[in-house]
Design a protein around this ligand. Structure first.
Ligand code: FRU
Length: 610
């Protein structure tokens, strides 16, 4: 089976078609027939691996019906180029070898004449090719975060760990860098940082496109797909949202669609099924987002095919402004005690603390059927956030992570502006992997911690700068930093009013972090961080509670080409924000306001990444 990583390899030797820049010989391997002002046939006349599709992002979507020997095989929605080609995307035609492949293209813009339609930039730029260049390194493409090889990505999906390999699926548009054609893309890793890209895992079918969901390993063969089959449950999104199964007998490399789909239907919008095996009750538990009703539905099943509704959680609780999406439910120990608690992740869009999408969570108990939330001192269900940045969404965990780990990854963007961020050949990255835990705070509440996964220590490179102890005043101190780095430091505010930490470049673009010991808060200001004008919602200040009673703050800060993740060292809070500086931040400064502060154990590490 061909893997996307093989595409890259082929290209190192024979690059003929460039994503985003150079274009192939016009009309190579295709015949074009215009049928009317909005209807054109593209006939494939040569053998090859890919039919290259020319895209212009600002154009409306064309409906591309792929006919194979006269039968409709699938329909793609592609922003085919009108006045210029921004980049190209490959459509795999190898599987149709020996058959007649005809694209029946219906464009949407009104045109006065066929002559006008003929002038579209796309027609001369379709071509058949054996190669597709994915070497592209746009300047904002992260060096140590997961990104798709090309095209649009949103939520992480169906993540699981098996036989030493972490599998990450994701909401993917293989035919453009804006949301459309939802497909499960697939990457895998042995260290959670370096990812190998594979072929699409689950593609749209007659029931709809493939929205978010989860995977579980069926070690008891309860579904009859085979012992240890990887079973994925996802939302088929057609005219309605219904839940479907697919299974893999080759450790998640390829999936078979269950012929009995859908396995769960409702009369209202519900999506993003998240299932796990409940060892205590010996049955499957499913949490499904009842999106517009702002609640999570909990079902049980003996075999993943027949589901019984047990309870609903959330109406009127927590943040309710947006739709509820992408749930997850799991048990975690509370640090420093024998207690265990259940955590229900409930992603929400919009309605996050700083606008747009965010991940809220509830701590409580789960008896196999019903989730009961803990109450605060006033007897209310508190609203809690897993990350205090703007760019952390659809966070869910890996199934079957080793050693009882609860490892999560989130989509590092925000629905407010994700389609507009200044990248082109790909759009969006995932957050660094994180380990969830629980801790009891001085207010008596139990909160989730989210700390960098231990694997991140392995990508630490040499120490670029180390300072064991230094006092800072209003003038402050300044240290050079590498383009991509990890910064660890303790900040003791002493008697100062606040401490300011800036990451900046020589053009004056900067991210400003301010620690206010009086309120135990850390703010992150990206209003002057670089390119910010693609959306009015992008320039913003985010604020995190530090849960440290204004004492010494221990930070781990990860700087990649277009993101900054600020963790309290044990993950008591985390703030994830994307940034687009015109040139990388080249120095960090620290200063105290209204008195002196002390910085200790400052270490700036290089990162071992390409
Ligand atoms: C969350 C979400 C999910 C849905 C998916 C579609 O970001 O809206 O609810 O399954 O994206 O791509």
């Amino acid at each position: 089976m061909k893997r996307i990583s093989d595409i890259t390899k082929t290209l190192l030797t024979a690059a003929t078609v460039f994503a985003g820049s150079q274009l192939s010989t016009a009309g190579n391997g295709v015949e074009i027939e215009h049928l009317g002002t909005n209807n054109t046939l593209v006939r494939v006349t040569a053998d090859g691996k890919y039919l290259i599709l020319p895209v212009q992002e600002s154009n409306d979507e064309a409906t591309v019906n792929v006919l194979v020997d006269g039968k409709l095989d699938r329909t793609l929605n592609v922003r085919l180029a009108k006045s210029k080609v921004d980049y190209t995307v490959p459509f795999d035609i190898e599987k149709y070898k020996g058959k007649n492949v005809l694209l029946n293209v219906v464009t949407s813009q009104s045109r006065a004449t066929v002559r006008e339609a003929k002038e579209d930039a796309c027609w001369g730029n379709f071509c058949v090719s054996d190669t597709f260049n994915t070497e592209n390194r746009e300047k904002y493409r992260p060096a140590f975060h997961h990104t798709p090889l090309y095209g649009w990505m949103n939520d992480p999906n169906g993540m699981f760990y098996k036989d030493g390999v972490w599998h990450l699926y994701y909401q993917w548009n293989p035919f453009g860098s804006k949301w459309q054609n939802m497909t499960w893309g697939h990457s895998s890793s042995t260290d959670l940082v370096n990812w190998t890209h594979h072929d699409a895992a689950i593609e749209p079918d007659g029931l709809g496109t493939v929205f978010s969901g989860s995977s579980a390993i069926d070690s008891e063969n309860s579904a009859g797909f085979g012992k240890d089959a990887v079973v994925a449950m996802y939302t088929s999104a057609g005219a309605s949202q219904i839940q479907s199964l697919a299974w893999s007998n080759d450790n998640g490399a390829s999936f078979n669609i269950y012929a009995g789909n859908p396995v769960l239907t409702l009369e209202s919008e519900a999506r993003d099924p998240n299932m796990f095996w409940n060892q205590d009750t010996k049955e499957w538990i499913l949490v499904l987002a009842h999106a517009l009703d702002h609640e999570m539905l909990i079902f049980t099943s003996p075999d993943m095919k027949k589901w019984t509704l047990q309870s609903a959680f959330g109406k009127g609780l927590g943040a309710q402004d947006g739709v509820w999406e992408c749930p997850d439910l799991f048990e975690l120990p509370v640090a420093g005690s024998d207690e265990k608690k259940w955590v229900l992740l409930s992603n929400l869009n919009p309605g996050g603390p700083f606008g747009g999408s965010a991940t809220q969570y509830f701590v409580g108990d789960f008896d196999g059927k019903t989730f009961t939330p803990d109450l605060d001192a006033e007897g209310k269900v508190p609203t809690k956030w897993l990350d205090y940045g703007k760019d952390h969404y659809a966070t869910v965990s890996f199934s079957d992570a080793p050693g009882g780990r609860r490892t999560v990854i989130g989509w590092m963007s925000n629905w407010q502006y994700a389609p507009e961020v200044p990248t082109m050949q790909y759009r969006s990255a995932n957050t660094l992997p994180r380990e969830l835990g629980l801790f009891k705070n001085s207010d008596g509440q139990i909160y989730a911690s989210s700390a960098p996964s231990p694997e991140l220590e392995a990508v630490r490179g040499s120490v670029f700068k180390s300072v064991s102890k230094v006092n800072v005043d209003t003038k402050g101190r300044r240290y050079a930093i590498p383009d991509i780095c990890e910064i660890t430091m303790n900040i003791d505010p002493l008697k100062s009013d606040s401490v300011t930490l800036e990451l900046a470049n020589n053009a004056g673009e900067k991210v400003v972090l301010t620690y206010d010991p009086a309120t135990s808060r850390l703010s992150f200001d990206r209003k002057e961080s670089g390119i910010v004008d693609f959306s009015q919602d992008f320039p913003a200040i985010t604020v995190a509670p530090t849960y440290n009673d204004g004492k010494t703050l221990s930070l781990r800060i990860f700087v990649d080409r277009s993101s900054i993740e600020v963790f309290e060292k044990d993950g008591r809070f985390v703030m994830t924000n994307i940034v687009f500086p015109n040139s990388p931040y080249s120095y960090m400064s620290v200063k105290a306001n209204g008195g002196k502060a002390r910085v200790s154990n400052l270490k700036i590490y290089n990162i071992n990444a390409q």
